[in-house]
Design a protein around this ligand. Sequence first.
Ligand SMILES: C[S@@+](CC[C@H](N)C(=O)[O-])C[C@H]1O[C@@H](n2cnc3c(N)ncnc32)[C@H](O)[C@@H]1O
Length: 221
Amino acid sequence: MQKHLIVTEDGSHTLFVPDLNEHYHSTHGAINESVHVYIHAGLKQQTNESINILEIGFGTGLNAYLTLCETIQNGQHIRYVSLEKYPLSEAEYSGLNYAARIFPAYQEHFLQIHRAPWNIPVDITPQFQLLKVQADLISYRFPESDKFDLIYFDAFAPDKQPEMWDNEVLEKIAKTTRQEGIFVTYCAKGIVRRNLASLGFLMERLPGPPGKKEILRGRKI
Ligand SMILES: C[S@@+](CC[C@H](N)C(=O)[O-])C[C@H]1O[C@@H](n2cnc3c(N)ncnc32)[C@H](O)[C@@H]1O
């Protein structure tokens, strides 16, 4: 996939994929969006000392980096599993300005996250273990025993990649979510909300980041 580096309205970068006519983040602010959706509406709702996180779409590593930086501030222990079908090249990730704009003291961790090998768990810090899985979500089978407390569902939008939001795919995610686990996404589509509700999530519509009216959060009941 060809990608172009774009500066969003908060000054942070995102990538644009011409073939899909789609950005990796909101053009109103990539960092603003990730902090709002995944850190505030997701991570900060899970107050356990140890949390198992599943991300769909590792992409630029922004969510992983923000999550790691939070653990340094708050002392939580995180196992972070992230699925990605199309990993970025070094040339693509090394141009991203996230660490220069937020938590610059942890710049090295941003690079460590990207340089970590695929499909092997790596302790990036004593509190943050990363497992990047190079896989296609559509065909991927989650290990039966792996249950997650928090899901960051950050796939391309349903109108660009409908197969990622299919009920069968969401059902796999529901099965790998622990009871009381939280699912968050920037997507606010009614069909996604209703499908997740039918899979056992108690769904909420929350105010979105700049440029977006609402986002979705579900709690597995
Ligand atoms: C909206 S982007 C967001 C990525 C990331 N969370 C970030 O902040 O940069 C969606 C990501 O899903 C990945 N993706 C697309 N199809 C996939 C598939 N079938 N399985 C796993 N990942 C996929 C894309 O390559 C891209 O990195």
